[in-house]
Each structure stands twice: as structure tokens, then as C-alpha cells.
Design a protein around this ligand. Structure first.
Ligand SMILES: Cc1cc2nc3c(=O)[nH]c(=O)nc-3n(C[C@H](O)[C@H](O)[C@H](O)COP(=O)(O)OP(=O)(O)OC[C@H]3O[C@@H](n4cnc5c(N)ncnc54)[C@H](O)[C@@H]3O)c2cc1C
Length: 464
């Protein structure tokens, strides 16, 4: 049921943050009614807290009055995670955006939740340190948003995902109480690992007000390779061969033909529009090792069917090659009015089969598809190009998606490698997790949030 916010409650909430940071005009509400998902959900008010104490006071009021609260970072969620699915207030953390500490001696950083990940990367880089998680949305996504979706991205194959860099959190519970988890040390086995439980919980358990992350020393060298293929199967085989040889590149991305053509049409970078696939591969580490490994990877690409392999010779050229990959989001959006993006993940040896499956289900249901993949970790992004105003077409998209998910689960994969569940994928959860797991998850949700006020309408409510 939609929460009714009376004038009296609204004025109590407004007094916590002040009128400037309390938005209720139609324009403001519409702005915060979207994220990367297809549907719109209007909140009743949007608040911008600046301190943990403000967040705590807001939650105390929300708890007493039973008001729904949906946390939001930068709103790039692909699953309606940051939308007020049952109305109530959106708590937007974009004004809590200070980097509080970068500790080079102990290699960690402490951040407010709204710090943009690219800003953290820059601050680490200035001290010769490195924060590896690198989602495609890095230039805008907030650190808390990436914690709550356990975001991955391009470097997952070698460096893992956000969870692997998380040392501790400060959170506000739905009751308004403040809780700290973890420490700044790499080792910590004091009690249940609540840091990791909260990570990936999509804003359903607690509100993050501080994040402590681990940093690595910055790799001394990096080379980027671009391998061009006439057959996408050969690109898939190359990925498998690189792994079999025990080489772990820093990134290994695959772009299929429709994606290549869309990017070229959008950004005019001189990409080979007749190629069926491009692999973009980064190798990093010590300079000698990088030279040796990049030559070895180039050889693997040629041996496995690449018609051309280009090895970068400078940081500037590395960036030029990656600019194409980073333009994909904008480029694909121009092809059809709606672009449904999937993020299933399979064991890497099934990647080629998964790519074939995308084509097959697309053709069978008469839906235009395209493929992009973080190929090195088996995480692929099929695009279903469609128009959400055409109900019949959207039904066909849904059927194609369902069949793809069946395939993914049949080979031991997951319905979401990085975007999370939200409302978009809730229907698939019972198939992957089963009722025992889902019921335990619901008990955990009730322990954190007995009144069900935090991000209501999210995945568990649809899956159980
Ligand atoms: C172009 C594009 C490229 C992308 N590429 C990738 C990619 O490569 N890899 C990847 O993993 N994802 C990717 N994503 C998805 C998305 O960027 C990530 O999920 C990102 O982590 C979301 O960050 P955000 O700040 O936008 O969070 P939001 O979208 O605002 O929120 C995400 C979730 O976190 C919760 N949340 C936000 N802040 C808080 C807080 N302070 N406390 C509690 N809960 C909170 C929200 O309720 C929501 O459930 C991409 C999205 C786009 C649009």
C-alpha cells in the first residue's frame, strides 16, 4: 500500500534537512522517478541529507510513522533499485560526497556514500594507489550505489568486484540506529561478516553513510590489445584459450558486430564495421611481464582466428582504444527507442554457447539482439532492441529473455552478474535460489527492517 505522507510529517522531515534540501515540486519528483530501468515510479518527496545524524533522524521519523524510504546514489541502477516503488521518500546521497581519508601507509580510503567512483580512482592514483572496481558507469556511479549492487565492470576478471575491496561500513538501520561494521585492517573475523551481507543488498537492509575500501599499489605498466575477428566463435575460443594458458588479463571485453557498427556510427573512431567481433584486452603489471604477456596474448588471438591484432604503444593509445568501449551505452541507445540490457553470467567455457543462444532466441522471437560481454568473467550483456510502447514486441522480448535465462541456469550461471535483481529480475530468483534460501533471506530482511519501510517493493517481495 502506498504510504500517505501528511503535511505534518512532511514539515517534520523538511525541518531535518532544511527547505533547500527538501524537494516536492512536480519537476523534482519526475527527475527522481527514473533510473536505468524502463518504468517510472514517482516519490512523494526527495531529501538530500548531508550527515549521518540527519540520516538517523530521518529514519527515526520514518520508523515511527511507517514511511517508505528508498535510498538513491546516482540513479544508474538498471533494475529500479533506486526508485520509490511504493511511493514515500527518496533519500538521495549525492550531497554526502567527501573523500574523508586516503591512507597510503595502510592502503585504505574512507568515503562518504555519494563519492563518485571515478573521483576515488583519481584520488588513489595521485598517491600511486589503485581502486580496481571499474563499472561502465564509473564517471557517475556513487560508491554506496556500487556497494549496494556489488558492482563489477571491466576489471572483474583479474581484480574481482566491489565486495573484494570493502573493509567496513557505517550504516543507519531502518530504526534510526547507527551501526559500524568491519575495520580498516585486511583481516577481520570478529563475528558475522555484516559488511559482506549488506554489500549487494540493493538498499533493502540499511542506509550506507560511510564506506571504507581497500586500495592496491598501482600497476606499473599496461598495454591494450585490439583483436579483430570475422567469426565471433573464434573470439570466444580465444578467451577460453587465454584462460587455459593460465594468463589472467586485467580486462577482456567483447563487442559484437551490431555494437561495433553502432559505436562507429556514433563516435567515428575508425572501427572495422565488417568485423563480427572485437576483443579489447588489457594486460597490466610489471613492465617486463606486461611486454611478455601482451605478446603472448597477441599470438593466441592470431592463432585462434583474429584477422588483425593491434597492440597499443602508449597510455594515450590505450585510452583511444577504450573510448570505443565506453561509448557503447550512448551508441546503442540510438538504434531503437528502447534498449533492454541483460547481465546474466555463465562459466567462461560456456561463453560462446551463450552468445549463440542470444542470436537463436532473438531470431526465434523476432527480436533484434546485439552482444557486448565482459568476456573474461563470462558476464555478457545481450541487448534486446525494441520499443516499450509496442506491447506485443515487449512480450516477445520477455519470451526471448526467459529462454536465455533458462539456458544460463542450466549451465550453472547466474541471472545477474552485476546489475542486481530489483524488480527487473525478481521472477527468476526462485528458479536460481529455491524457497529455503529465499525464506532465509526474508528472515534477514525482517531482522534488519521489521516494519518493511526500507526500499519496499524490491526483489524479495516479488520473488517469494
Ligand atoms: C551506462 C551504464 C553502465 C553500467 N555499467 C556497469 C558495469 O559495468 N558494472 C556494473 O556492475 N554495473 C554497471 N551499471 C549499473 C550501475 O551503474 C551500478 O549498479 C552502480 O553501482 C549504481 O550506482 P549508483 O550510484 O547509480 O546507485 P543507484 O542506482 O542510485 O542505486 C543502486 C542501489 O543502491 C541503493 N543505494 C544507493 N545509495 C545507497 C545508500 N547510501 N545506502 C543504501 N542503499 C543505497 C539503491 O537503493 C539501489 O538499490 C551500469 C549502468 C549504466 C547506466
Amino acid at each position: 500500500m502506498k504510504t500517505m505522507l501528511t503535511k505534518e510529517i512532511l514539515s517534520i522531515l523538511s525541518a531535518v534537512v532544511g527547505e533547500e534540501r527538501f524537494k516536492t515540486t512536480a519537476e523534482d519528483l519526475v527527475t527522481y522517478s527514473y533510473d536505468g530501468y524502463l518504468q517510472e515510479f514517482l516519490p512523494d518527496a526527495v531529501l538530500f541529507p548531508k550527515t549521518t545524524e540527519e540520516v538517523s533522524r530521518i529514519m527515526t521519523i520514518a520508523s515511527v510513522h511507517g514511511i517508505s524510504v528508498t535510498p538513491r546514489g546516482s540513479g544508474t541502477s538498471m533494475t529500479a533499485g533506486s526508485l520509490a516503488k511504493k511511493g514515500g521518500i527518496v533519500l538521495c546521497f549525492s550531497m554526502m560526497n567527501k573523500i574523508l581519508e586516503v591512507n597510503a601507509a595502510n592502503r585504505y580510503a574512507v568515503l562518504e556514500p555519494g563519492v563518485v567512483v571515478a573521483e576515488l580512482q583519481k584520488a588513489a592514483d595521485a598517491l600511486n594507489l589503485f581502486y580496481p572496481p571499474d563499472p561502465g558507469s564509473v564517471a557517475v556511479a556513487s560508491i554506496a550505489g556500487t556497494v549496494m549492487t556489488n558492482a563489477g565492470g571491466m576489471r572483474g576478471i583479474k581484480y574481482g568486484v566491489t565486495r573484494d575491496y570493502l573493509l567496513g561500513l557505517e550504516v543507519v538501520l531502518p530504526s534510526g540506529e547507527v551501526m559500524k561494521t568491519g575495520t580498516v585492517t585486511c583481516k577481520d573475523v570478529a563475528g558475522y561478516d555484516l559488511t559482506r551481507l549488506i554489500c549487494g543488498s540493493e538498499g533493502t537492509l540499511a542506509l550506507v553513510t560511510k564506506v571504507t575500501v581497500r586500495l592496491l599499489p598501482k600497476p606499473k605498466a599496461k598495454r591494450t590489445l585490439e583483436a579483430i575477428y570475422d567469426r565471433i566463435d573464434d573470439a570466444g575460443t580465444t578467451v577460453a584459450k587465454i584462460f587455459e594458458a593460465g594468463i589472467i588479463p586485467a580486462t577482456l571485453e567483447l563487442m559484437g558486430n551490431t555494437v561495433i557498427r553502432a559505436v562507429e556510427d556514433f563516435a567515428h573512431m575508425g572501427l572495422p564495421v565488417d568485423a563480427e567481433a572485437i576483443l579489447l584486452i588489457d594486460v597490466d603489471g610489471d613492465p617486463d611481464g606486461v611486454e611478455k604477456q601482451s605478446a603472448q596474448v597477441a599470438e593466441f588471438c592470431r592463432e585462434n582466428g583474429a584477422r588483425d591484432v593491434h597492440l597499443s604503444s602508449s597510455d594515450k593509445e590505450n585510452e583511444r582504444l577504450w573510448a570505443a568501449r565506453r561509448s557503447v551505452g550512448g551508441a546503442m541507445g540510438r538504434l531503437r527507442p528502447t534498449c533492454v540490457v541483460e547481465d546474466s553470467t555463465v562459466p567462461v567455457s560456456f561463453l560462446t554457447a551463450a552468445i549463440k543462444k542470444i542470436k537463436e532466441v532473438g531470431e526465434r522471437h523476432n527480436v533484434q539482439t546485439a552482444v557486448l560481454a565482459h568476456a573474461g568473467d563470462g558476464n555478457f550483456h545481450p541487448f534486446f532492441l525494441c520499443d516499450k510502447r509496442d506491447e506485443e514486441e515487449m512480450k516477445r522480448v520477455e519470451m526471448a529473455k526467459d529462454e536465455l535465462v533458462d539456458f544460463v541456469l542450466s549451465v550453472g550461471g547466474t541471472v545477474s552478474g552485476e546489475h542486481g535483481i530489483g524488480i527487473y529480475k525478481a521472477k527468476y530468483l526462485p528458479k536460481q535460489l529455491g524457497s529455503v534460501t529465499l525464506n532465509l533471506m526474508m528472515s534477514l530482511k525482517n531482522a534488519f527492517d521489521p516494519k518493511g519501510i526500507l526500499n519496499p517493493g524490491s526483489f524479495l517481495e516479488h520473488a517469494i
